[in-house]
Design a protein around this ligand. Structure first.
Ligand SMILES: [Ca+2]
Ligand SMILES: [Ca+2]
Length: 233
């Protein structure tokens, strides 16, 4: 092959690659569904995404102070949604944490058409700050997912990195996450395993959870988690 032909084929190859990349990007953009960017200030997700109201809570039950959820300054935007909590570790080493969640409009939503969930998050520690081991977990809740017939536990979910390294460290500044849904698994602590595919097909909430990983009775953890730009693609 002469050098001229050689460079022709290289150029042709690059042109084809550019076209292929362009096409892939077009498809990805077209299939992105915004769950919420919070800019309309109504604390309701975009109805077209199939999700509705935001809510928050803490666990285990019996915390002195219920967490509050409200609009907060956004990531390069006006609004985000936030949860402010003040938690205390009780007796019996039960996990202690707080959850900001968005529920589906219908009883459940099939997310099997999507490959990733994206969002931005920022954590401002309170007094006292959560321990270094605290983690932010993103989970898809699926209380009606198929399980064994005698399984009465409604607490079913798939969690990012559930069986290896749970979640991600709490981000001190706005951080962008794009999590592969293929890396969401049923947490080992749920014990009774169900069909994970059925969880993706019967999602009733997306939850952002701060698991404090506190270990000592009386230990406390406080702070504010803000979430912005939640999308599926
Ligand atoms: Ca925003
Ligand atoms: Ca809204």
């Amino acid at each position: 092959m002469t050098p001229i032909y050689s460079s022709y084929y290289v150029a042709l190859g690059l042109a084809l690659m550019a076209t292929a990349c362009f096409d892939t990007e077009q498809v990805a953009l077209a299939s992105r569904v915004s769950v919420d960017d919070f800019e309309d200030g109504d604390e309701l997700a975009n109805a077209a995404s199939g999700f509705g109201p935001w809510s928050c809570g803490a666990y285990p039950e019996g915390q002195d102070e219920a967490p509050s959820c409200e609009l907060a300054p956004g990531s390069e935007s006006t609004f985000a949604e936030s949860i402010t909590f003040s938690l205390q570790e009780g007796r019996g080493a039960k996990p202690t944490g707080a959850i900001l969640a968005v529920s589906t409009l219908a009883p459940s939503r099939d997310l099997r058409a999507f490959n990733r969930i994206g969002f931005r998050a920022k954590f401002d520690p309170g007094e006292p700050a959560p321990p270094e081991e605290a983690r932010l977990l993103c989970e898809l809740f699926c209380s009606s997912a198929d399980a064994e017939r005698d399984d009465m536990d409604p607490d079913k979910s798939v969690v990012y990195h559930a069986r290896t390294d749970n979640g991600v460290a709490l981000p001190g500044d706005w951080s962008t996450y794009s999590l592969s849904l293929a890396a969401f698994q049923q947490p080992g602590w749920q014990g009774q395993f169900y069909d994970e595919a059925s969880c993706f097909s019967l999602v009733d909430a997306i939850r952002f959870r701060v698991e404090t990983n506190m270990t000592t009775e009386g230990q406390a953890a406080a702070g504010t988690l803000a979430i912005d730009d939640v999308y599926l693609e």
